[in-house]
Design a protein around this ligand. Structure first.
Ligand code: ZN
Length: 361
């Protein structure tokens, strides 16, 4: 047969193409963000200076009872028990600058919209410099995934902050993004219940509580089994701005518990078990060198561009807390999400390289 040679070449090419992806076990990806959650608390737990300051912690002794212990390793575990048990044992935690391991914003604005744009587009666009409800011009990796075979209609995002439909540009991307009190129009009884709850709840931070965002995402997951899911929490940032350190810690602690619950669901569901990677990160850091700046972030706060990343999944080596002298950037996450699913994220803008250590064996 004349076509034999070409056919053999094609087979060889196909084999190479498949084998470079076949090494990865990840078929689903779940991303969770904790808005403005400082790396300092992730790696060291509650901060004694802020905890003792009555301006920030009204019930200092009660909050200390919950979150303080002298030993820093035990203290961080009190705040983030899931991070410092399951993720530490089976996954990876980047960003402990005291150990020399750094994760940075590549954008220079150090607030939410530019941070989320950077996470999902892989491009720290200087034109993305406001938190206003502007339709994002940059293509994001979730819409890229949604365009891939087997993933179309299997991508969804649940957010507490009502800016996310703009950041992920639902007008163009066609992604399902449910934010704040966007009606949950589903026939599932649990989603209908959550829908009623989100309209009747108090709104301490002016949008629906994170726990309702979480339950909406979880019940959606159970009913529709998305292959790429994003959950965006918000409370930590709002309580920090308000100067309420006790509430900031309590929200962080509750979010750790929700993430534990999420991972338990993933690992006990055939569709997800041992083929799902979970990545947790934040949009920006906050101040610390000037202690009062823990409330604030933005380009004027010198340390607000310092962030962290946690990852766990079937392709993520159990390295625990990274202590190597290395710097990662937020812009590398978009390509990492795609790579875990076997895709190379490309767009009309430059896309930063993926983080190899998250998926390379
Ligand atoms: Zn903020």
């Amino acid at each position: 047969m004349k076509v034999g040679k070409h056919f053999a070449a094609a087979i060889l090419f196909l084999t190479v193409a498949i084998s470079s992806n076949a090494q990865l076990k990840t078929e689903n990806i779940v991303v969770v963000t904790l808005d403005g959650m400082r790396w300092q608390e992730v790696f060291s737990g509650a901060d004694s200076a802020i905890l003792k300051n009555k301006n920030y912690t009204r019930d200092s002794s009660g909050t200390s009872k919950d979150f303080w212990i002298d030993d820093a390793a035990e203290r961080r575990k009190k705040l983030f028990p899931f991070f410092w048990s399951t993720i530490e044992t089976e996954g990876q935690l980047y960003g402990n600058r005291w150990a020399g391991n750094k994760v940075n914003n590549a954008n220079r604005y150090w607030f939410s919209y530019p941070g989320y744009n950077e996470i999902f587009t892989g491009y720290p666009d200087t034109a993305v410099n406001s938190n206003d409800k502007i339709w994002n011009k940059n293509t994001n990796v979730l819409e890229f995934i949604n365009q891939q075979k087997k993933y179309t209609g299997k991508v969804a995002a649940f957010a507490t902050w009502d800016c996310f439909p703009y950041i992920l540009n639902t007008q163009r991307s066609g992604l399902y993004v449910n934010a704040d009190v966007d009606t949950l129009k589903f026939s599932s009884p649990s989603l209908q219940l959550i829908n009623d709850m989100q309209f009747l709840t108090t709104r301490p931070i002016g949008v629906r509580p994170d726990v309702l965002t979480y339950f909406a995402a979880r019940e959606y997951m159970k009913t529709y089994q998305p292959k790429a899911l994003y959950i965006a929490f918000d409370e930590t940032d709002d309580f920090a701005h308000a100067g309420e350190y006790d509430q900031y810690l309590k929200s962080a602690h509750a979010e750790d518990a929700m993430i534990a619950d999420l991972w338990h669901y993933i690992q006990s569901t055939p569709q997800y078990k041992n083929k799902t990677t979970l990545i947790i990160t934040c949009d920006h850091g906050r101040g610390d060198k000037l202690k009062d700046n823990w409330r604030h972030h933005g380009a004027k706060i010198e340390d607000a561009g310092e962030i962290w990343i946690a990852a766990i999944g079937p392709d993520t080596k159990s390295l625990g807390e990274l202590k190597t002298d290395n710097t990662l950037y937020q812009k590398q996450l978009a390509a990492t999400f795609a790579k875990l699913l076997g895709f190379t994220f490309t767009a009309d803008h430059p896309v930063a390289e993926p983080i190899e250590s998250i998926y390379k064996n």
